[in-house]
Write a new protein. Structure first.
Lengths: 526, 210
């Protein structure tokens, strides 16, 4: 409609209350609980440490890794600039090759389209390839509510589904579970599983193979996501490891692929970039075991009924933000999760969204908004970061996640209006303008020591400052202000002593500085 | 009411109008158009395949049947599937049952096969990747997926140095499968386990003079 009116209007976010783009509580509260789970922290620490080492090995061995990142980044930016024409081209090519293209404004519409297509086949179950888009729109929950059984076939998604759990990582959704927990989940939920099943990953994988084999061979409908959709040729790509993707994309009669509109790529040739960037960033392998590329329908090979559902669900809202739109460049490799000191400790559930970790903290608020409700949990996500920058360094398409987080913090502050924080700042400004009053206030604040604990910190401040102390301890105010110390006999004596030491200190000081720099570099490299 | 298609496309145009961005030229400074001598490509390709726990048998073209037959025997394959168009001479060293695939063969029937033998369209040495595109001798995608053992014949002349060179050999419209070792998962504590739903054993016969 707006196309005809000539005045562009901001596109809507993903509608409130739909899909899986919002937790039920703010990040600090959720993280507080997750941090209390020792098992979770051990599992995560071990897994992210392993994957970080693997990723560095395989990205380090390519002399043109930075050139590939530059190309990947530019291809995605170019894609976003030309999104309407590329999507129309993709639609035309898929249709020419015998596929059917559907468009979905939001999660509810996409779920309804998939439901209608499944019902038309007469099947009451579907097999699923791991897919972030269908997780985002809550497709499984919707299908179950209308009597269609979705079977997740990726091992980790199966573990999550059997345990009635939620994914906690983009690539390895069950990263929060260790082998003993997984063994127990299988014993409890897989019918007829060998009671002597031990916790060896190979045996657990074999148990999943046995359980899913019959479903692959018998189920007539599959639902997948897509890693890439090539506008030039209408080719879709799914990148995977286990072969469950190939099974779903090949054996059923009907294939329904749900793809976010930002996943389109202009040229087939662009695969030469992303087939290098994605596996090395994602699983830390030179290439993932299987990649499937298909174009519409091929007579005599694979599903003869193919549907592509193109999903907006807040993506256009993100696109309307000149800075934030870079988050749409994400190829879902999960490298930023694995290097994030916050994610490594809290895990993915604390973010409340299908998209956790650093990229989730910038993507989720843009897709679903930060102010859809009072105390919207999504408004806490841009603060779920120390802004250390490791995610930016790891990102294969060079998304400047720290800058995006800062921008979202800015937007959040702007939109929040009058807050206790703003009032406090105003009061501070008024005090600081009057030196006499400032000194008096400083003296008074030393009384804060009374409430501090033995370790010299205050763990809980009264409202309206409680928001600050919810997630951090506050140092008790010093006994004496700097200004009063400076004016005292003790202060004057200390200054005289410092002045007499002169320049003999300097070389040592520089040496210390250099040491610190080298430490820092080492940290960057690990 | 406008269609979802018009609405979404309209929203995208609105978004781009609200936040216009300068056009981008894609820098393609990464390596492409590389060539490597035969022995280096063979060594690199073999190294990568072994890293994925694939079995690798380099041989000359005249020994294809012998090597394929040995691989099938070694794994106890008594009944195998082959795609239409597979060079019949490759199977003269095998004395088990051979079934030629066609599109009416059900997934369950494919599941009763012990192994499959196929040719391949291309390879990539740097990543140890084999490309199948459904051409004669390679078969439909289900055939090289369901049986537990895949014996794949790769001609060294089709193995390119890197990913850009290999992708350039592909025909986009063909259903294409990239295979880098046997199926695997790292979903349990990120420990790699070879062999999940796809073939648990991948045997690659590299014909060094073909």
């Amino acid at each position: 409609m707006s196309t005809f009116l000539g005045m562009p209007s901001p596109p809507p976010r993903s509608p409130y209350g739909t899909g899986n783009l919002r937790g039920d509580r703010a990040f600090p509260r959720a993280a507080h609980d997750e941090l209390g789970n020792d098992q979770l922290r051990r599992n995560l620490g071990r897994a992210t440490g392993t994957i970080r080492a693997k990723r560095l090995n395989v990205t380090g061995e390519l002399p043109d890794w930075e050139a590939l990142r530059d190309a990947g980044s530019a291809i995605k930016t170019d894609t976003m600039n030309r999104l309407p024409e590329l999507l129309e081209q993709l639609e035309r090519k898929v249709t020419e090759r015998g596929g059917t293209v559907h468009w979905a404004r939001d999660a509810a519409e996409a779920n309804a389209i998939v439901t209608r297509l499944v019902r038309a086949t007469g099947s009451d179950e579907v097999i699923k390839v791991k897919s972030m888009a269908t997780q985002e729109i809550g497709l499984n929950e919707h299908l179950e509510s209308v009597g269609i059984t979705p079977h997740e076939t990726d091992l980790a998604e199966l573990i999550v589904q059997l345990a009635d759990d939620k994914p906690s990582h983009i690539l390895v959704p069950a990263i929060h579970r260790n082998r003993d927990e997984i063994r127990q989940i299988f014993l409890d939920h897989i019918p007829g599983v060998d009671a002597d099943l031990d916790n060896a990953p190979a045996h657990l994988a074999a148990a999943a193979r046995g359980y899913l084999r019959e479903k692959f061979l018998a189920t007539k409908v599959a639902v997948s996501g897509a890693n890439f959709g090539i506008a030039e040729t209408g080719t879709l790509a799914v990148v995977e490891s286990e072969g469950n993707g190939r099974m779903c994309l090949t054996l059923p009669d009907t294939l329904i692929t749900v793809m976010g509109i930002e996943k389109v790529l202009p040229r087939y040739q662009d695969l030469e970039v992303f087939l290098q960037l994605l596996p090395r960033s994602s699983t830390g392998e030179r290439m993932n075991p299987y990649t499937s590329l298909w174009t519409g329908v091929t007579p005599g090979d694979g599903p003869q009924d193919f549907h592509l559902v193109l999903l907006d669900n807040g993506r256009t809202a993100a696109l309307a933000d000149a800075i934030g739109r870079a988050a749409l460049n994400c190829i879902r490799c999960s490298a930023c999760l694995n290097v994030c000191p916050v994610y490594e400790r809290t895990g993915g559930h604390a973010y409340g969204s299908t998209y956790p970790g650093p990229i989730g903290a910038v993507l989720t608020p843009q897709l679903a908004g930060m102010h859809a409700a009072k105390d919207d949990p999504n408004s806490s996500l841009p603060y779920a970061s120390s802004l250390c920058g490791a995610c930016f360094d790891a990102c294969p398409v060079k998304i400047d996640i720290p800058s995006l987080l800062v921008e979202l913090r800015h937007q959040h502050t702007e939109q929040t209006g009058v807050t206790p924080e703003k009032l406090a700042m105003k009061a501070a400004a008024a005090v600081m303008r009057r030196p006499g009053l400032y000194t008096a206030v400083q003296k008074a604040s030393a009384l804060g020591r009374v409430v501090a604990g033995r370790d010299g910190t205050i763990s809980r401040l009264p409202p309206p400052l409680s928001g600050w102390s919810d997630s951090r301890d506050t140092a008790a105010p010093p006994r004496e202000t700097f200004r009063s110390w400076f004016a005292s006999d003790e202060g004057r004596a200390a200054l005289r002593a410092a002045a007499s030491e002169q320049s003999s200190d300097r070389p040592e000081g520089n040496g210390k500085q250099a040491d610190r720099n080298s430490d820092h570099n080492e940290e960057d490299a690990t | 009411m406008s269609s979802a298609r018009d609405t979404v496309l309209g929203r995208i145009r609105d978004a781009l109008a609200l936040a216009p961005a300068p056009a981008v030229v894609v820098p393609r400074a990464y390596r492409a158009g590389r060539t490597l001598p035969d022995d280096e490509r063979l060594a690199l390709f073999t190294d990568r395949l072994l890293d994925y726990k694939a079995r690798v048998h380099p041989c000359t073209a005249d020994r294809t049947a012998e090597v394929v037959g040995e691989a099938l025997r070694e794994h106890g394959a008594r009944r195998i599937g082959v795609p239409p168009g597979l060079d019949a001479r490759w199977l003269t060293g095998y004395d088990g049952e051979v079934r030629e695939d066609h599109s009416d063969v059900s997934p369950a029937q494919l599941d009763s096969l012990d192994a499959v033998v196929t040719a391949s369209a291309a390879g990539c040495a740097e990543t140890g990747t084999i490309f199948l595109d459904g051409s004669p001798g390679q078969g439909r995608r289900a055939l090289s997926l369901v049986p537990d053992l895949h014996v794949c014949v790769v001609d060294l002349s089709t193995v390119e140095a890197g990913v850009p060179e290999a992708v350039a050999r592909l025909t986009p419209e063909r259903p294409t499968t990239l295979i880098s070792g046997p199926s695997a998962t790292s979903d349990i504590e990120l420990e790699r386990v070879e062999g999940v739903h796809g073939p648990r054993t991948l045997v690659v016969v590299i014909r060094t003079d073909a």
